[in-house]
Every structure is written in C-alpha cells, then in structure tokens.
Ligand binder design. Structure first.
Ligand SMILES: [Zn+2]
Length: 313
C-alpha cells in the first residue's frame, strides 16, 4: 500500500476503536445521530446521566423521567434490625442503670420527640461523651476526634436540607483516597452514605460526633449563602420533577447529571465543569422511603442481652 494511504487506514482504525469503546446514546429508542461521526459531534452537546451518555435533551429527559419514576415509587428502606439499643448498650457498659433507661424512655414517650440519647443527657444520667461513645459502639464506627470548622466547606457539596435531615456533617475530604469523612450526630445512615457515594463519585467513611456539635455546625452552615442548592416541594408528582429538572438541564447544559434518593428527598446533582447545582425534591409525607440495603457490615460484636426488644433506639 502506498504511504499516502496510511493516514486514511489509521483514521479508519481509530474510528473503529472509538466506536467500540464509546457507545452511542444510552436510550435504545433514540432517533438521533446514527453514524459514528455524527455521534462524535453530538458528544460535545450531550450529557451523562448516571454515567450513561444521552445525545440530545429529548433522550436525557426520557431517561430522567424513567429514573425519577423509579426512585419515586421505591419502597421504604428497611431499618437495620440488628443494632443493640443504645440504652441497653450503656447499661451493659455500666454507664446507666436499667431504671434510668426506663425513665429516659418514659420521658421520650411523653415528649414525643428526641432520641433516647438526648433524653439520657437531658435527665443527667450520662454525659454527652458517654452517649457519643455508646453511639459509636452501636454503629461500629469511630468517634470523630474533632469537627474542624475549616474543613466544613466540603459540606457545600451536599445540600443543607439533607445534612439536617440525617444530622450529618462532612468533616473532611481526603483527595488521595477520594474519601469523604462524614460524622453523624444520631444514627449512622448507611443508605444515605451509599447515595452520597453514588452522586459525588467518592468513598465515604462514617464516624460519630457529639450531637450538640453537629447541631451547632449545621446552624453555622444555615447562616451561609448556598446559591447552588435549589429545593422544591413537598411534592409527589414525578412528571413535574422531571419537567423542572429538564428545565434546569436545558439552561445549565451540565456535563453530567447524577441522582439518588435519600429518605424523603430526591437529589439531582448537575455538574457543569468545576461547579455543580443541586436540585432537591422534598417528597410529600405519603411517599415511601427507598429500599437500600446497608452496604457495610457491623464491625463490632453484638452482645446478646435478654429483654432488649422493648427498648427503643
Ligand atoms: Zn439519543
């Protein structure tokens, strides 16, 4: 073959290679560009949704509607059934008497608010440090050594309403391991961590921090402007959610869209180059929570204590 044909051969091989390694639009019913070169041009205008490329706004909206619909009807998440109740854990560790646990439970029942740990503290039966240590043991994760205010800017990646709903606080981010360290002031929610990992494309590592510390830092965050968070709802009309999302996507032209459900929220993150906009749909009360199985094993051994079934967590 003459040398001057070589560039054409190389070009054809390269095109075949790219076609094999970069599939076209993720929508099977897509009627958009069909040839490789047309699709290649479309890559400059298309968007990734959950890691799958969609060539046109219509394709993205169809896929987005399907995803929102799926998230919207997901059944409630199963609560971890195997955690030893906090009160009994503290009794086992000699931090409380059984009578004190009963008194705290009665106060909680009468007040109809607050976690059992909060009432144990309020009634003066144990210190916040004791409750935090027991909480860490209950969830099999460490106690945060400190909540460094300067590190809390990483919290801007997660909508404030979610941080408040789960009483969690991003403490630090380690770029070398792409790990976000998140402290919980109440229960450690592994389903929430899993959703955050999917949306932020990072690993998460939970820990437990004193409840009042988390509340104080969330209060501080509430005073800060958060122009990248946009919240809607309460609502249950996923077609409306899809219309709102599509409108933002058309306006912002994001490179990538990721979405997930966390408790009573559907969170969409629209990434535009180095910045991102968070759309948060607060679901109306009758909507169920998703089934997301905890992805981490219980790290601490669970002692068997009789009569634990009637003590609330
Ligand atoms: Zn398409």
């Amino acid at each position: 073959m003459p040398d001057f044909f070589k560039p054409l051969t190389w070009s054809r091989n390269w095109a075949q290679h790219r076609q094999q390694n970069r599939p076209g639009c993720g929508l099977t019913s897509c009627s958009g560009p069909q040839t490789f070169w047309q699709r290649l041009r479309r890559r400059h205008t298309g968007t990734f949704l959950q890691g799958v490329f969609y060539c046109r706004p219509q394709c993205l909206e169809t896929a987005l509607t399907a995803q929102l619909s799926r998230l919207h009807v997901l059944a409630p998440a199963a609560l971890p059934p195997n955690r030893i109740p906090l009160g009994l854990l503290m009794v086992a560790r000699g931090k409380l008497t059984y009578i004190e646990v009963l008194a705290a439970l009665e106060a909680q029942r009468r007040a109809r608010y607050g976690k059992i740990g909060e009432w144990i503290e309020n009634l003066g039966f144990a210190t916040e440090q004791d409750v935090t240590s027991a909480l860490a043991l209950q969830w099999g994760c460490p106690v945060a050594s400190s909540a460094v205010p300067s590190a809390i800017e990483t919290a801007s990646r997660i909508p404030l309403a979610l941080l408040e709903a789960f009483q969690m606080l991003p403490l630090n981010y380690a770029p070398s391991t792409n790990t976000l360290y998140i402290a919980f002031g109440e229960r450690v929610d592994h389903a929430a961590l899993y959703a955050i990992e999917k949306i932020l494309d990072c690993r998460t590592q939970p820990c437990v921090a004193p409840r009042k510390t988390v509340v104080r830092h969330l209060e501080h965050l509430r005073q800060q402007p958060r122009p990248s968070d946009v919240e809607f709802g309460p609502m249950n009309d996923f077609a409306e959610m899809s219309r709102i999302s599509s409108s933002y996507i058309a306006r912002l032209n994001p490179d990538e869209v990721r979405l997930s459900r966390l408790g009573r929220f559907i969170w969409l993150r629209l990434k535009v180059r180095t910045s991102a906009t968070n759309l948060l749909f607060r679901l109306a009360p009758e909507s169920p929570r998703p089934i997301v199985r905890p992805f981490r094993p219980v790290l601490s051994p669970r002692p068997q204590i009789e009569g634990s079934s009637h003590i609330t967590k």
